[in-house]
Design a protein around this ligand. Structure first.
Ligand code: PLP
Length: 391
């Protein structure tokens, strides 16, 4: 019989939508994909060249379980440049994708006796991994009325002596919401009252931010010894398929995180680690160009969405998603996802794929050209008019 834990495992619906969108495309349908969460840019050439060079130079073997030292040092330098915080390269554990830090961290703090707080709607793997670990998954509602940020009092009210881990994600997937510095300052003060609680701050979208400077949780020295940062290259450097990310762990946990690596993945692909060094140390123009382009698309998609009867959309602060409210259309999130894909050939992801608090919402990814965004939103607009959706 397969284990009970495996039966508790969820999945990521965005991949199911992608498979169906591809099937429809193969059948000749003109599908526009606003479903998938990955930049539609290619990895910069100097990064690709660094991987090719690494292969030619003979980097074909295993690397240390926590990643090559040169990469971990490059990460500490990048963290200093971006956040003005000094970390030790031994705190850094390189992994094949940001998701692995999430998985390992949740395994470390999971288990039957523990409760874990996670954002809902939020990245679906938080809830899935918590359930797999046997811990109780306690949702933190991420609500439109709070601009898709957190409610600090509510978080504090959910913490008890079984709470082992608090997961935060800012800018957030699927909402694009940001936890403002002023809120983080207050939250951290409150967290000082719970010294046994660990925090996982998922900062994978930290550089895809439009009008604010990023305020990493690394800045708060009072929680430093119980803070895990999830970061990576997938979004910032358009490297989702390379599979590389990293965690910054309190020194006392870094060895355990490395042990989890050694037990599961051994280490991260060697040439990819050299590519990741080139990404951090090389020119950053592509990052800037991409964020500028995302900002323009964000304005376009928010304006067009707010013109669709029955839809209303607040402006996200970061990442490349919008989370329109569709309650006035009278359709559920899942019904809307199905209708948009099967009738209008527009791929999106139901809000409920990100947790129960996502009901009444749909996620659009604007990692697609302005041209395609316009075509997709026009199709939805025309359908809404024909079918008398409410404004
Ligand atoms: N965290 C969040 C909030 C994400 O949205 C994603 C990917 O979509 C990840 C982590 C995982 O990133 P990676 O592709 O590097 O595993």
């Amino acid at each position: 019989m397969i284990s009970k834990n495996i039966q508790n495992l969820g999945t990521e619906n965005a991949f199911v939508v992608l498979a169906r969108a591809e099937e429809l495309s193969r059948k000749g349908k003109n599908v526009i994909n606003l479903g998938i969460g990955q930049p539609d840019f290619k990895t910069a050439n100097h990064i690709v060249e660094a991987a090719i060079k690494a292969l030619k130079d003979g980097h074909h073997g295993y690397t240390p379980g926590n990643g090559i030292l040169e990469l971990r040092e490059a990460i500490t330098e990048d963290i200093y440049i971006r956040h003005k915080e000094k970390i030790n390269p031994d705190q850094v554990v390189v992994v094949p994708g940001g998701k692995v830090t999430m998985w390992h961290c949740i395994l470390m703090f999971g288990g039957k006796e523990n409760e874990i707080l996670y954002p809902n709607p939020g990245f679906p793997i938080y809830e899935s991994a918590i359930n797999y670990s046997g811990a109780k998954a306690i949702p933190i509602p991420i609500l439109e009325e709070n601009n898709f940020s957190i409610n600090i009092e509510q978080i504090v009210s959910l913490i008890n002596n079984k709470t082992s881990l608090l997961i935060l994600n800012s800018p957030g997937n699927p909402t694009g919401g940001l936890i403002k510095k002023s809120d983080l300052d207050i939250l951290v003060k409150k967290l000082e009252e719970f010294p046994n609680l660990y925090i996982l701050s998922d900062e994978i979208y930290s550089q895809i931010l439009y009008d604010e400077n990023y305020n990493s949780m690394l800045k708060y020295s009072s929680i430093k010894n119980r803070l895990i940062i999830l970061e990576g290259w997938s979004k910032t450097y358009a490297m989702t398929g390379w599979r590389i990310g990293y965690g910054i762990w309190p020194l006392k946990l870094a060895e355990k995180a490395t042990r989890l690596n050694v037990n599961s993945i051994s280490c991260t692909n060697a040439p990819t680690q050299y590519a990741a060094i080139a990404a951090l140390k090389g020119p950053q123009d592509q990052v800037k160009t991409m964020v500028k382009e995302f900002k323009e698309r964000k304005e376009l998609i928010v304006n067009m969405t707010n013109n669709i009867p029955g839809f209303s959309c607040i402006t996200p602060e970061g990442a490349f998603y919008t989370m329109p409210n569709i309650k006035k259309t009278g359709l559920s999130s899942k019904e809307m996802e199905t209708l948009l894909l099967e009738k209008l050939y527009v791929a999106s992801v139901a809000g409920t794929s990100f947790g129960s608090y996502g009901e009444g919402y749909i996620r659009f990814s604007y990692a697609n050209s302005k041209e395609n965004i316009k075509r997709a939103l026009n199709r939805i607009h025309d359908y809404a008019i024909e079918n008398n959706w409410n404004s």
